[in-house]
Write a protein that binds this ligand. Structure first.
Ligand code: HEM
Length: 421
């Protein structure tokens, strides 16, 4: 069944034909994938808290409402008791390790379990550790740009936006960069957990990837236990709170999450960011003339075309929200990408203004689950975009990419061909 639905979505045309079944919101429609913002505007104006008839999910699209959901403890990230989670559980049942992987995932936990895990991992993930990476990020960026310079052209995604975060995460964790082809395969499969319908081949590739990843990190963890180093893996092994450290399953689950969460998203930030600059030559010129604008520019690019379009919460008790009655165990999708274009919060939201100076966007979420890697993602994007514009001031390309990543959750181009001279 899942395979069939995945195929329908991949083909595209059935979505166009059956689009009406989805009502006002269909994140798998090819038109939405290309440009979701007109749909978001209509939702915010006409149905800000919308019950999708087919998906049977609440869709929340206004900035203030998204903030309210993410701050309200009655909306939980813990999806373990939902039917979909039960389905995954059945699929993963033959391997308790796999089930543990999903059940100990930070993104999927709340309350004391989440606080303990997050407390432990953030101890190992300090701003100091991130800032210490700056020279190394600059060197990786320079190497990647050196490699494409002679040809005078590149595919931004394949040659730059993709390898940069993978190399950085591998080095941060302390695993060999040479294994990065595996990391890519695993993290592409893991991303499917967020949106199984956008995948291919049912859940089998995900199960396989989680198995391989678990075996890989089990080996790495054994090595670090025997011989600790100055890396995140060793720091996570050593991190301890109230006499409890992370167990093996928790450690492996975190490694997988950091690998996947820190990789596709940053690739998409750079991809979407360069697209936005190509489509707005005036703003690009402004940044080239004033490189000090880069911090503010990256915040605006995060807001303008967010790499994570929505996140999910579960209603834990019957409640009234924005004039609608929400029931226990119903799912809510909070549209971060729409909140970031809400004119009630951001004046002229569809205009790219690199000097906007407003960091209140929700691209990294909000509240207890606020992105753990936000500092690292910001740093990578700042270094990458500054170096790219400095090295190739005349770079050219079509801001309309040849394709979009299939995920409904993560937004980014599959490729972005650029002429560098
Ligand atoms: C542009 C890049 C990135 C974006 C847009 C992004 C976005 C997000 C968002 C929206 C959430 C919250 C999800 C929710 O509330 O349900 C999140 C959580 C998370 N992110 Fe990121 N992320 C990025 C980069 C990274 C990086 C580089 C890492 C790690 C190296 C990372 C690790 C995490 C982790 C571990 C969580 C879970 C936190 C928790 O549940 O407590 N992210 N991210």
């Amino acid at each position: 069944m899942l395979r069939f639905l995945q195929r329908v979505i991949r083909l595209g045309w059935p979505m166009r034909l059956l689009g009406f079944l989805f009502g006002r919101y269909n994140p798998w429609h090819p038109r939405h994938r290309q440009d979701p913002y007109p749909d978001y505007r209509r939702l915010r104006e006409e149905a800000p808290i919308y019950r999708s008839p087919l998906l049977r999910i609440w869709i929340v699209s206004r900035y203030d409402d998204v903030v309210a959901v993410l701050r309200d403890r009655r909306f939980s990230a813990d999806r373990r008791e939902l039917p979909l989670a039960k389905l995954l559980e059945r699929l993963f049942a033959p391997d308790p390790g796999l089930l543990g992987f999903v059940n100990t995932n930070l993104l999927n936990l709340d309350g004391p379990d989440h606080a303990r895990l997050r407390g432990l991992v953030s101890k190992a993930f300090t701003p100091r550790r991130v800032q210490a990476l700056r020279p190394r990020i600059e060197a990786v960026v320079a190497d990647l740009l050196d490699a494409v310079e002679p040809a005078g052209e590149m595919d931004l995604v394949r040659d730059f936006a993709h390898p940069l975060p993978v190399i950085v995460i591998a080095e941060l964790l302390g695993v060999p960069v040479k294994d990065r082809a595996d990391f890519r395969r695993w993290s592409e499969a893991l991303v499917q957990i967020l949106d199984p319908l956008s995948g291919e081949g049912g859940m089998a590739p995900v199960v396989e990837a989680v198995n391989e990843l678990a075996a890989y990190f089990r080996g790495m963890l054994a090595e670090r236990r025997a011989e600790p180093r100055e890396d995140l893996l060793s720091a996570m092994i050593a991190a301890e709170e109230s006499g409890r450290s992370l167990d093996e399953t928790e450690l492996i689950s975190l490694c997988g999450l950091i690998l996947a969460a820190g990789h596709e998203t940053t690739t998409n930030l750079i991809g979407n960011g360069v697209r936005a600059l190509l489509a707005n030559p005036g703003e690009r010129k402004r940044l080239a003339e004033d490189p000090g604008l880069i911090d503010s520019a990256v915040e605006e690019l995060l807001r303008f075309d967010s790499p994570v379009q929505f996140t999910e919460r579960v209603v834990t008790e019957d409640l009234d929200f924005g004039g609608r009655r929400l029931r226990r165990n119903q799912l809510v999708w909070v549209l971060l990408g729409s909140a970031n274009r809400d004119p009630a919060h951001f004046p002229e939201p569809d205009r790219l203004d690199l000097a906007r100076g407003d960091r209140s966007h929700l691209a990294f979420g909000l509240g207890n689950h606020f992105c753990l890697g936000a500092g690292l993602a910001r740093l990578e994007a700042q270094v990458a975009l500054s170096a790219l514009l400095r090295r190739f001031p005349d770079l050219r390309g079509d801001p309309d990419p040849p394709g979009w990543k299939p995920s409904a959750v993560l937004r980014g181009p599959t490729a972005l061909p650029l002429e560098l001279r």
